[in-house]
Design a protein around this ligand. Structure first.
Ligand code: HSE
Length: 405
């Protein structure tokens, strides 16, 4: 079967490589059908690349080739990926993607178009890179009511936090190391401000609860305010700081979904997920907690998920896979600050007495070199709105949510 790749960056070149190096195992899984990369769309020149003869700068070369049945979209971004994907689906081609931004923004429209035209739009690689999570959630956990999800969904920030926790590196030095190692982009904003994790939260929430959740409905707080002082206090409480995407069902009409730094106590399956690795913990009412762990980014891990979707499309040419969700609504995602109760870590310029007069029950923390006018503590469970009220008049340096995953 002829296939095409749109976008020959890290993931797209990995897709071409995996299709070629795994020809035999792929054809075993398709019932003998070999995938053949017939066209690669990219505006750049790749002189001397082994696929040089396959490159085109004209999208119509793929759209109008009736022999191409499956296309991998690894371009990233919403435009022109949305327009291209829509046209391909409308012309009866299946599309698979690693593009989380596109699925988070336009997934509903593309899934509806795929359904209308009897083709597939699959997106296993859009969350957690090489980690199987979309199919397991849609199929293997189908007997469960999902209660909540918590995930380390961004490798760059997990690498930075790991370096701060394990090596005492500052945020700035750890970010530079991530850039030097090629994990973080030159402009690392989407990673460190939590926008990348936010898109993945949207996809997981849409899939888990059946209604589209858009990035503007999910608050994202990144890791730029985390300091070594916070790391040290939390370590004294046997915990670590992770950037978590958290999703929780409130009732049939409401969920919460947000990205923020969170205190995770050692003993949680998420606490030992270090470096660039990702993990997604799904809490189902029948299965309990299940945790999916692996490489959330990178050429071959992500390509492994993209190619698996292509294989699925090749096997299901006549039959649609039913991964999808319905329309969302403006008030579907509740303000977690008002409805979710949890403990909080607080660091402040204050005395223990001042803290005790505002809170009835706190656990004070300590660190090496702690100034005499600084306190850090973990509160009992309350909403963030209640916390803010109690902290009125206290000179707060930082607060971090404490997770129960
Ligand atoms: N920048 C992302 C990360 C790439 O660091 O996890 C994968 O989405």
């Amino acid at each position: 079967m002829k296939v095409a790749v749109m976008g020959y960056g890290t993931v797209g070149s990995g897709v071409a490589e995996v299709i070629e190096t795994h020809e035999k195992s792929i054809s075993n899984r398709t019932g003998g059908e070999v995938l053949e990369v017939a066209r690669i769309l990219d505006l750049r020149d790749f002189k001397g690349d082994p696929h040089e003869a396959l490159f085109t700068k004209d999208f119509n070369d793929i759209l109008n080739d009736d022999e191409i049945k499956v296309v991998a979209e690894t371009m990233g971004g919403v435009n022109p990926a949305f327009d291209f994907t829509m046209k391909l689906l409308e012309s009866g081609k299946s599309v698979v993607t690693s593009n989380k931004e596109l699925v988070a923004q336009k997934g509903l429209e593309l899934l509806q178009a795929a359904e209308k035209h009897g083709v597939n739009y699959l997106f296993e690689a859009s969350v957690g890179g090489g980690i199987p999570i979309i199919r397991p959630m849609a199929q293997c956990l189908a007997a469960n009511n999902i209660e909540g999800i918590a995930g380390i969904l961004n490798g760059t920030t997990n690498f930075i936090l790991t370096k701060m926790i394990e090596d005492g590196m500052t945020f700035e030095d750890a970010l530079k190391l991530a850039q030097d190692n090629g994990f973080a982009e030159k402009d690392p904003t989407a990673d460190i401000e939590g926008f990348d994790a936010c898109r993945k939260v949207c996809i997981l929430a849409s899939l888990a609860f059946g209604k589209h959740v858009y990035p503007n409905q999910v608050k994202a707080e990144g890791i730029t305010k985390i300091t070594l002082e916070d790391v040290s206090y939390i370590s004294s409480a046997n915990g670590v700081i992770k950037l978590l995407g958290q999703i929780k069902k409130i009732n049939d009409d409401k969920i919460t979904a947000f990205v923020s730094p969170a205190v995770v106590f050692n003993g949680s399956q998420l606490a030992s997920v270090n470096g660039v690795f990702n993990a997604i913990l799904v809490r189902g009412d029948a299965v309990g907690d299940v945790c999916f762990y692996g490489q959330g980014a990178g050429k071959l891990p992500t390509a492994s998920a993209v190619v698996a979707d292509m294989v699925d499309c090749a096997v299901h040419v006549e039959r649609r896979k039913n991964f999808g969700w319905g329309a969302g609504s403006e008030d579907y995602v509740a303000d977690e600050k008002a409805v979710l109760e949890m403990p909080f870590y607080v660091r402040a310029k204050a005395s223990e007495n001042a803290v005790m007069s505002a809170f009835s029950d706190v656990k004070f923390l300590s660190r090496k070199g702690q100034p005499s006018d600084e306190v850090a503590f973990i509160t009992d469970s309350m909403t963030e709105n209640q916390l803010v009220k109690k902290l009125e008049g206290i000179d707060v340096i930082n607060t971090i949510k404490v997770t129960n995953y």
